[in-house]
Design a protein around this ligand. Structure first.
Ligand SMILES: *Cc1c(COP(=O)(O)O)cnc(C)c1O
Length: 459
């Protein structure tokens, strides 16, 4: 063994005392930081025997990147430059400042979550958001659970256990993240009765399938795909009327569920929660963190007698939301009550940003990086998408920057951007990585510029 090089391995305390390394202590804990240092030195010691390098600066870089990787095993902020507004992998809808303020205020202390201040008795945690949801949708009553999948499960468990649910074959959907409607149906103890064909289902199909065993006529919104061409589905109003006539319940899993008409933002007209309630559907379920732009949750709105039955189901106890979700949802819904404030919800801020603003930012990034050594930067028009299992076929004109590496492949360039802090996630587009600025906050442009400027040039 070469004792000289072992002696020349820098001492552990030089690493643990280093300011950049020590900065990880509050995040990861002192012992995890020490473990990382020891692992890197261990590997260096082994490499030293075969003539590996032992320079402090080099080892310090290795420790820092090991620590950064360790930190990213938990949640860290990323710059979403994919142009997908509601990206399930990136946490779907960013929250409005008002929602975050409410979470911070109510989360840091006690609240009247389940306490009626008038009577001094136990109260219901759902009251306030329920009345907001009723005002916005025209529903008689509403309830909030953990997500839309939980909402569907609760409805089916409450009303269709051991009975039949009739669904159009064209609506037996799978949403990303392993939500398959037939599986949820089975789990709830309901029996699925598929009617119609993949592309065409008629009212008569529901009617023919109806029997004494039928509990629910169900519609499910194909949020993340489209059946196009020679198609027919039974609309919500006709299904609800038929269900009423035959004495069964009507239920719609609206999923992405918009609360306002998105056509005023240049998107296709999506049915809103209010539309489905007005069409007479008994219960409607939607997600809170898709087109609504709020926290992860599932909303069920509809007839008060049915909502009461849901509230009595013991399963609700397992699916209920906490005070932070309720605080964030309530604050988000309050922004809907004042039309001028809709733009304070990040999803709508992004939708409403004028194309010229994005082009100007792209130009500014190009100018600021004209001296970059190893990355070529050019402004480029792009197309953003709503995403999150919503509006699968519609795109929004956008702008961004196309990055090309003079030294490495597109994959390596994308990997370099992901390793940055904050990580920057773009999309590969031919020979470049495209960074779409519609989903990037203006304050994050600086991180993009810094990443471009400090990309290493190969020797
Ligand atoms: C997204 C979606 C779901 C699942 O919603 P989560 O809130 O993610 O549980 C269910 N049904 C439809 C139609 C959806 O679009």
């Amino acid at each position: 063994m070469d004792t000289d090089s072992l002696r020349s391995i820098p001492a552990v305390h030089r690493f643990t005392d280093d300011a950049a390394i020590a900065a990880y202590r509050p995040l990861l804990g002192a012992s995890a930081v020490r473990t990382c240092v020891n692992e890197v030195l261990e590997a260096a010691r082994a490499a030293a025997q075969t003539g590996g390098a032992l320079k402090f600066d080099l080892l310090r870089e290795r420790v820092l990147s090991a620590l950064a990787a360790r930190e990213a095993e938990g949640l860290i902020s990323v710059v979403n430059a994919t142009g997908v507004l509601l990206h399930t992998n990136f946490g779907r809808a960013p929250l409005a400042d008002a929602a975050l303020d409410a979470v911070s205020k109510l989360g840091s202390g006690y609240s009247n979550l389940e306490f009626d201040l008038e009577s001094g008795d136990r109260g219901s945690r759902y009251e306030r958001v329920a009345s907001q949801l009723c005002e916005l949708s025209g529903a008689q009553a509403a309830l909030v659970v953990n997500n839309c999948a939980a909402a569907v499960l609760l409805v089916l468990d409450t009303f269709a256990r051991g009975r039949e649910v009739i669904v159009s074959r064209g609506q037996l959907i799978e949403i990303g993240g392993a939500f398959r409607l037939p599986d949820v149906l089975r789990k709830s103890g309901a029996m699925l009765v598929e009617v119609g064909t993949t592309n065409r289902t008629y009212g008569a199909d529901y009617r023919d399938a109806w029997s004494e065993r039928t509990a629910i006529f169900m519609r499910s919104h194909p949020s993340n795909y489209r059946v196009e061409g020679f198609t027919a589905e039974v609309d919500a109003g006709s299904m609800a009327a038929m269900a009423r006539e035959l004495g069964v319940m009507s239920f719609e899993d609206l999923g992405s569920g918009a609360l306002v008409d998105l056509s005023r933002f240049g998107l296709p007209r999506e049915p809103t929660l209010a539309d489905e309630i007005a069409a007479g559907v008994d219960l409607v379920a939607v997600s809170g963190d898709k087109l609504l732009g709020g926290p992860q949750c599932g909303i069920i709105a509809g007839r008060s007698g049915l909502i009461d039955a849901l509230r009595r189901n013991p399963l609700l106890r397992a699916l209920r939301v906490d005070k932070m979700t309720l605080a964030a949802l309530s604050a988000t819904l309050a922004l809907y009550a004042e039309p001028g404030r809709l733009r304070d919800i990040p999803f709508f801020t992004m939708l409403m940003t004028p194309l010229d603003d994005l082009r100007a930012r792209a130009d500014a990034i190009c100018s600021a990086t004209s001296d970059a050594r190893s990355i070529g930067v050019s402004a480029r028009d792009a197309m953003s998408a709503v995403g999150g299992g919503s509006l699968p076929t519609s795109t929004i004109p956008s702008a961004g920057v196309a990055l090309t590496s003079r030294e490495t492949s597109v994959d390596d360039l994308a990997a370099y951007l992901r390793r940055r802090r904050p990580p920057i996630i773009g999309r590969a587009d031919g020979d470049c990585v495209l960074l779409d600025l519609r989903t990037v906050r203006p304050a994050e442009d600086a991180a993009i510029i810094a990443a471009i400027m400090s990309a290493p040039a190969c020797e």
